[in-house]
Write a protein that binds this ligand. Structure first.
Ligand SMILES: [Fe+2]
Length: 473
């Protein structure tokens, strides 16, 4: 008679009769290896730990994890500078358990009132069943920092995890990562989520992961991630924004790109930000690398791009088409080839194993590449360097933007002007640019100071007497 044991070692068969000694040996070995205490210790520790932010990165840290039972919600943390190997003097907080899938409970907690620019040590679980110590760092109020962008994962989780661990080892300066959606292929598949989180937690238990929703993401994504709650009412966490250093990040759900409430929120959110850099992250490209037969690109161009342009977003991170692409700067549908002219640069990434063949030849594409890749973004004041690399670390390209070259402002005539009326031009105010105005021309003729006024912030008014007939000026 055979009896099977299914455990981490696979099947072990105990055979009656002449093999009793062997059977006793195997049984004793099994009991030692998998006694209830050992099982609790080995199996029940929290795992799949992912950091994110739900409030200010300067003073807070959100930690999310899974546990095999509902008793693993304790978190202990303390500043690394005072950590001597013991958590005896650590702060302790407790998260509640929520059922995540058929096996796991999900826990999440946001630690507040932390000190900026400080390293912390933490562990998760409960008395007698703690994880090893992990660490995170709060943000500092800096204009010099680096972050990572990755496009779709969707398949090839093991390879993605290897790439992620290797790139983080090579680039320990990275402070967080954006992830462009389609984290798994089948959002309802627990196995895929297990593989994704297993691959992700090595790095993202140390630096935060800020994702967006792709067309493959759904309930499991929403049940796992905890993200800023500052989006439009009813769409919180699908739309959100945060600041890090001198940059503002706005994250949008491109499956829902026609929503009027979200458009209003996007405009207000960007308008309220005075950060040097503005970035947007969403899944579907506005400017595709290959034809978008569903027309989502046109919908995003109609609904979001004017708002992004009007508010001077610098770079947009997208995914969905499984290749690397960087566009030239684009403004109002035109490629901006003159150095210093404003336009949005769109960056498409692809971190997983699924790949499309590039080569459509769209004129706005400045650089493209096939395969799995990642992007490093280094910011130093008004300078940004984007470094795109293949999964093996090989360089695709390095591209720098220098904002000290002042782009021309966007001039928007007020609607409803008529002959003989003053024309008001609005521009996105920029103190450096405003102070540099020394001449305004109308029909190629320089105006005298009495013919126009410069109203702060961001308005030029040209006298109505100059518009004596209906024509294009
Ligand atoms: Fe997609």
């Amino acid at each position: 008679m055979k009896r099977g044991f299914h455990n981490k070692l696979g099947n072990i068969s105990l055979i009656t009769g002449g093999s009793i000694v062997l059977a006793m040996f195997l049984l004793l070995s099994f009991c030692c290896l998998f006694s209830p205490a050992a099982l609790a210790d080995e199996v029940a520790k929290p795992e799949q730990i992912i950091l994110s932010w739900t409030s200010d990165p300067l003073t807070s840290q959100t930690i999310t994890w899974l546990g095999a039972d509902d008793s693993l919600g304790q978190l202990q943390y303390q500043a690394k500078s005072s950590f001597n190997g013991s958590f005896d003097s650590a702060q302790q907080v407790e998260a509640e358990a929520n059922k995540f899938d058929s096996r796991y409970y999900r826990y999440s907690i946001n630690i507040r009132h932390l000190t900026p620019d400080t390293d912390y040590i933490y562990r998760l679980g409960k008395e007698g069943c703690w994880t090893e110590p992990y660490s995170f760092s709060t943000a500092d109020d800096t204009d010099k920092f680096s972050f990572l962008y990755m496009g779709d994962v969707q398949s090839g989780y093991l390879g993605w995890g290897r790439m992620l661990n290797a790139l983080y080892q090579e680039n320990p300066r990275l402070r967080f990562s954006l992830l462009g959606g389609d984290l798994t292929n089948n959002d309802a598949d627990e196995m895929e989520w297990g593989e994704f989180l297993d691959a992700a937690s090595g790095v993202f238990s140390r630096i935060p992961l800020m994702p967006t929703l792709g067309n493959h993401d759904g309930t499991m994504y929403k049940n796992f991630f905890v993200l800023p709650d500052n989006g439009p009412a009813g769409l919180e966490q699908e739309f959100y924004s945060f600041d890090y250093g001198n940059a503002h990040f706005v994250v949008l759900n491109s499956n829902n790109n026609c929503n009027e409430k979200a458009k209003q929120w996007l405009h207000t959110d960007l308008q309220n930000s005075k950060q040097t850099w503005k970035f947007a992250l969403f899944h579907h490209p506005a400017y595709p690398a290959s034809p978008d037969y569903k027309g989502i690109d046109q919908s995003i161009i109609a609904n979001w791009v004017p708002i992004l342009e009007q508010n001077r977003v610098d770079m947009v991170f997208v995914g969905h088409q499984h290749q690397y692409m960087r566009t030239h700067p684009i403004f109002q549908g035109e490629i901006q080839s003159d150095l210093g002219r404003y336009g949005i640069i769109y960056v498409m990434g692809n971190a997983g194993a699924k790949t499309y063949i590039p080569g459509q030849g769209f004129p706005y594409i400045a650089r493209e590449d096939s395969g799995s890749n990642y992007q490093l973004i280094d910011i130093e004041g008004k300078s940004l360097t984007l470094t795109a690399k293949r999964a093996d670390g090989g360089l695709i390209e390095s591209y720098t933007i220098n904002k000290t070259l002042k782009p021309a402002p966007i001039l928007v005539p007020d609607a409803g002007k008529i002959v003989g009326q003053p024309v008001k031009l609005n521009f996105i105010d920029d103190a450096d640019w405003r102070l540099a105005i020394n001449e305004i021309k109308l029909d190629g003729v320089a105006l005298t100071p009495g013919q126009y006024s410069l109203d702060l912030p961001g308005k030029i008014t040209i006298a109505g007497e100059l518009f004596s007939s209906a024509k294009e000026y």
